[in-house]
Write a protein that binds this ligand. Structure first.
Ligand code: G3P
Length: 502
């Protein structure tokens, strides 16, 4: 088997990629394609699920071609995905009834408020599902689709419609679609719907009932690592075992080898997501974090995590590129930021989807504060990068408070970790070393590990630990007084975004 490879499909918020890994966990080939971001009105974000499925097929074929491999060379394929993004489709025609409603979308605010007003407020379901009532999660999005698409509720009640996050949509298509595709998910994805009981890993009838979602629409919850079935005969991966499924942030945690209690990673993608492995213990948060499933490998006990979710980090750089035209490509943000020494007093709080952890305020909207005539575009670029680091500091503080243990270092991954200025500032503002692994694309790697473990390509989690290797480490250089002074300004800037949406 060692001359074979593992494929992973990473269906992210802005693009879909396929990566092929070897036994050492190194990247052999990658292909990637962006999809359209659809913004029908302020606060709404949608994706065309058919476009995403077509891109998935294209990049899978592309990655195989680049590595000069065929399906015979692939021992298994794993899926990882943007979580919470909700899709409803017809199980007999395979057609979505509406675009996928993306995790960043805030249209369900009224639904969340109404559910909370029945008692318990934002914490109504928290003890069971680990999440506050917020626009981020899938359940209320499904409710919105059933309430707003003509005939959808009746079709759902008749059993014609099914729900899935992007993992479920891809797996269903990859395993045959209308010709018997598997309608399944894993506990990491299910734990982001607000519909799964964290203890039993099964759908909660009562919550689904309150949200008006027929349980018959929901996928079967399998483990994150097991052979679910084989890829359909027509696909480029025809016959390959489909054997791993993890939400992208949990996949990155797995790929970063955060396999012991107290190990944490921070992924810098469209948003930022810090996850702390809390082992088989489900730790409730008192500081604005989420309790979520980290992974479940085969029939081994469930491993949980605390998560700090930040809605906007890399997508702020894209916004500066696409909506302001201040830079021509995302990496140019660093060049622009390096033209100045500091932020010139400007703070950019990107509350585009309200604020997620640790605030959970859907009434917040973005703000740039501290402007004077002195501030130039270099300072703004610097403030854009700093926003990611400051938000991560807020999450790290919450994590330390919830777990009762101070993290002494932080593993980082994702696209933005190539940005040295950001990584140095991150270490400065956290006050702990920041460590980047050799393979920074740990999301796809984690999904590959889940699939490879299920088919015996890797024999145990020890292989993951052995394969993990440090590439670079940034030590904090800022003195503590300066660190706290800057951070206090940030905290003040955040308060300026509150109460913006009535
Ligand atoms: O919860 C949303 C998250 O899964 C999205 O990740 O990497 O697509 O920004 P990413």
């Amino acid at each position: 088997m060692s001359d074979q490879y593992i494929a992973a499909v990473d269906q992210g918020t802005t693009s879909t990629r396929c990566m092929i890994f070897n036994h050492e966990g190194r990247v052999v080939a990658v292909d990637q394609k962006e999809h359209r971001q659809i913004f029908p009105r302020a606060g709404w974000v949608e994706h065309d699920a058919v476009e995403i499925w077509n891109n998935t097929r294209e990049v899978t074929a592309g990655a195989l071609a680049r590595a000069d491999l065929t399906h015979d060379d692939i021992a298994a394929v794993g899926i990882t995905n943007q979580r919470e993004t909700a899709l409803v489709w017809d199980r007999t025609t395979g057609e979505p009834v509406y675009n996928a409603v993306v995790w960043q979308d805030t249209r369900t605010d009224a639904i969340c408020q109404e559910l909370g007003s029945r008692g318990g407020g934002a914490d109504r379901y928290k003890a069971k599902v680990g999440l506050p009532l917020a626009t981020y999660f899938s359940g209320p999005k499904v409710r919105w689709i059933l309430d707003n698409v003509d005939g959808a509720r009746e079709r759902a009640e008749r059993g014609d419609l099914v729900f899935g996050n992007m993992d479920t949509w891809l797996i269903w298509n990859m395993t045959g679609g209308v010709d018997g595709g598997l309608h399944i998910t894993d506990p990491t994805n299910a734990s982001r719907t607000m519909l799964m009981d964290l203890d039993t890993l099964s759908w909660d009838d009562e919550i689904a009932g309150e949200m008006g979602i027929p349980v018959s629409m929901l996928p079967e919850i399998r483990s994150s690592s097991q052979v679910y079935g084989n890829v359909r005969p027509r696909g480029v991966l025809a016959g390959v075992p489909l054997a791993g499924d993890l939400g992208d942030q949990q996949a990155a945690t797995f790929g970063q080898a955060c396999l012991a209690v107290g190990e944490a990673k921070n992924t810098y993608g469209t948003g930022n997501f810090m996850l702390l492995n809390t082992g088989t213990e489900k730790v409730p948060s008192k500081n604005g974090l989420l309790t979520t499933v980290c992974y479940k490998i085969g029939d081994q006990p469930t491993v949980y995590a605390l998560e700090g979710s930040i809605a906007v980090s890399g997508s702020l750089v894209q916004w500066v590129r696409d909506n302001l035209g201040l830079i021509g490509s995302a990496p140019e943000i660093e060049d622009l930021a390096k033209t100045v020494e500091d932020n010139g007093g400007a703070y950019f709080v990107p509350a585009f989807s309200g604020l997620f952890a640790p605030y959970w305020r859907s009434d917040a909207r973005g703000a740039i504060v501290g402007l004077t005539r002195y501030v130039n575009k270099g300072h703004l670029a610097r403030a854009v990068l700093e926003a990611t680091a400051f938000q991560s500091r807020e999450v790290l503080d919450a994590m330390n408070a919830d777990s009762g243990v101070d993290l002494t270092e932080l593993k980082v991954d994702g696209g933005m970790v190539a940005n040295e200025t950001l990584m140095q500032f991150q270490a400065d503002i956290l006050g702990v070393p920041v460590i980047r692994p050799v393979v920074a694309e740990t999301t796809a790697l984690g999904a590959a590990y889940a699939a490879g473990l299920a088919v015996g390509y890797w024999s145990s989690e020890d292989d993951i630990r052995t394969n993990w290797a440090e590439d670079k480490r940034w030590e904090p250089q800022l003195d503590a007084a300066d660190r706290e002074r800057l951070y206090a300004r940030w905290r003040k800037a955040v308060t300026k975004t509150f109460d913006w949406v009535e």
